[in-house]
Design a protein around this ligand. Structure first.
Ligand SMILES: NC(=O)c1ccc[n+]([C@@H]2O[C@H](COP(=O)([O-])OP(=O)(O)OC[C@H]3O[C@@H](n4cnc5c(N)ncnc54)[C@H](OP(=O)(O)O)[C@@H]3O)[C@@H](O)[C@H]2O)c1
Length: 169
């Protein structure tokens, strides 16, 4: 499904069993396969992020993607990024027919869940008691599960996790 001037808006997020997504400005755990999945899904497309998520990126702007940062701060502080002040302004920088991904964090997810056509969730099968940032509640009646791929924990992945794709009904 596409709307928003032929744009498809996807939200991509890794969340724990209680929708926890972060702690102290960083992620809850390191899952290399999830980072690979994130790269695979978003490469070649536009990514929109909140200022705090930009600050959490180890090497700044993500390569091979149009990076859009939403902030009230000065643009010079975000090299390699398009800097905007609102979600609406962010979307004006995304071209017709383009796939756009909202990549966090909590504040931006709350502002955009109602606009999204697709959700790319990585459900981490664990509850982090010290999570301080959360994804909003997902109304499962509004979404159809279109893809599911489960993974067990292993040497490199401390927790089991499932990639889930939902499309707006
Ligand atoms: N698990 C995951 O998949 C995932 C993904 C991304 C991030 N995270 C985690 O989430 C945490 C960061 O999330 P967060 O909620 O604290 O911050 P955030 O959404 O990344 O950034 C918040 C800031 O972005 C700007 N902003 C966001 N939404 C806006 C809107 N609708 N309108 C105007 N400005 C807006 C504001 O910037 P100014 O204050 O500069 O005006 C705001 O203070 C970190 O722990 C990060 O690691 C997790």
């Amino acid at each position: 499904m596409m709307n928003h001037n032929g744009m498809e808006i996807g939200i991509i997020v890794a969340l724990d069993e209680k929708n926890g997504i972060g702690r102290e400005g960083g992620l809850l755990c390191h899952l290399p396969n999830d980072l690979k999945h994130f790269k695979q899904v978003t490469s070649g497309h536009a990514v929109i992020m909140g200022r705090k998520t930009y600050e959490s990126l180890p090497k700044g702007a993500l390569p091979n993607r149009t990076n859009v940062v939403i902030t009230s701060d000065a643009a010079d502080n975000y090299p390699g990024c398009i800097v905007v002040r609102s979600v609406e302004e962010a979307l004006t920088h995304c071209k017709e027919g383009e796939k756009v991904f909202i990549i966090g964090g909590g504040q931006l997810y709350r502002a955009t869940l109602g606009l999204a056509d697709r959700l790319y969730l990585t459900r981490i099968h664990h509850t982090f008691s010290d999570a301080d940032t959360f994804f909003p509640e997902i109304d499962t009646g509004e979404w159809r599960l279109t893809q599911k791929e489960s993974h067990e924990a292993d040497d490199k992945h401390r927790y089991p996790y499932t990639f889930l794709t939902y499309t707006k009904k």
